[in-house]
Every structure is written in C-alpha cells, then in structure tokens.
Design a protein around this ligand. Sequence first.
Ligand code: SAH
Length: 236
Amino acid sequence: MKLFSDHAPTERSEEPSGKDQFAGPRSEMIETQLRRRGVTDSRVLAAMAAVPRHEFVPKELRHRSYEDVPLPIGEGQTISQPYIVAAMTVALGLTGTERVLEIGTGCGYQAAVLSQLTKIVFSVESRSELASTAAARLEKLGYGNVHVHCGDGTLGLSELAPFDAILVAAAAPAVPEPLRAQLAEGGRLILPVGDAENQELRLIERRGNSFHTLVLEGCRFVPLVGYHGWKEPPTR
Ligand code: SAH
C-alpha cells in the first residue's frame, strides 16, 4: 500500500486571496440543503461551512460546487451530494479524538470534512490518479491530519487498525469483513450496501464481538470494487 502524504498535523491555511467568492452559495447550501433537512449537529455544520467544496471539484464544474447533487470528478467517479456527506458524518458522532478511516478518497472532500472533526484521518483510494491528486490538494489546502493511501480499501488498513470510525464512500454488495474487524470497541462503521440501483446506508456499531446495525436512508453511490466488494462494477 503506497502512502501519498505523511506529515505531522498542521493548522489549515487561510484562502490565499483572503476572500471567498463562494461564501454565499456555501452558506445557502448549509441552510437549505442541510439545516432545513434536519441536520442539526453544529460541529458538522461548522465543518461544512469551513471546507471550500469548490476547491475539490473540477474547474469547469466549479460554479456548480454547492448544488444539491453529486458531481463528476473524473474516471467515472463522483463527489457525493453535500447532504449525504453531512448525514454520514453526523452518524459517526465524532468528538475530536477519534482515529478515522475513510474508504474511497475520490477528490478528498469528505476526508477534509472529517479532518475538521477529529484527530487523524486515513483515507484509502484504489485509483492512483485520484489518490495522488487528492493527496496533493489536501496538502495544499492545509489538511495536514489526512493521510491518503492508494490500494484496495475493502481490505481496510490492518497495519493502522483499530479505528474508532470508518466511512465507506462507495457501495458494497455486503459489509466487507475486514472493515468490521478493524473497528475499535464502541467504533462505528457507516457504508452504503446494495446493488447498482438500490442501496441503503447502514450504521454498524461494535460492542465487544457483536455488531449492531441500524438502517438509515436510501442512497446511490458508485460501486466499491475490490476483494471484499464487487469483483467487477455491477451493471446499471
Ligand atoms: N469521498 C469522495 C467520494 C468518492 S466516490 C469525495 O469526497 O469525493 C467513491 C470513490 O471510491 C471513487 O474515487 C472510487 O475510485 C473509490 N473506490 C472504489 N472502490 C474502492 C476500493 N476498493 N478501495 C478504495 N477506493 C475505492
């Protein structure tokens, strides 16, 4: 497994120009897409108000960064809709001390949001192009507590386990066993499970050697392709 960024946590840097032309659309997003839909967790709302989503979206789509939709980020992959990022993040109940694992770095947006809410984030991306671009972007923007790895995330990161929280940003046919196994006591795993068309968000909590599952809402993610995921992307 290749590690793309490995440096000590640093403070996030300010916008170089000092002004943010997307501040308006971003606070509108917080209000209409999150608060009005019942997201009340003030730490998560603050994190999403702080992370410049437009920096994670391809240049030609930047004007659409704060829309209520997932957007293409290249290689057939997508950045999740803001509401889904918020809902999954809230479900993890982060307090600031956790070791968090994300599977499916994509453009790095979800990892940046998580990084605001906890101590350290490890994120695994299987596509090396996306992994290296995301790692460079996160570093440039000052998210020094995110460490991007390139590899098959369905295997987790056994050498760095256990994790207090695991978030999977791609849809699995079933819960990958290594991810359950790498949860710390009381740890939480959130992931979409289902086929190409229909998926549900599941929140799994570890208590000793038992795992309690809560089914949250329906969703639609790109497939999790790997040893404990889809062997090949399912057809839509
Ligand atoms: N969290 C991302 C969204 C990612 S889309 C963001 O904020 O942009 C899902 C990502 O999962 C894609 O980039 C895809 O390449 C990746 N992926 C799919 N299967 C994977 C696997 N087995 N291991 C790691 N990443 C995987």
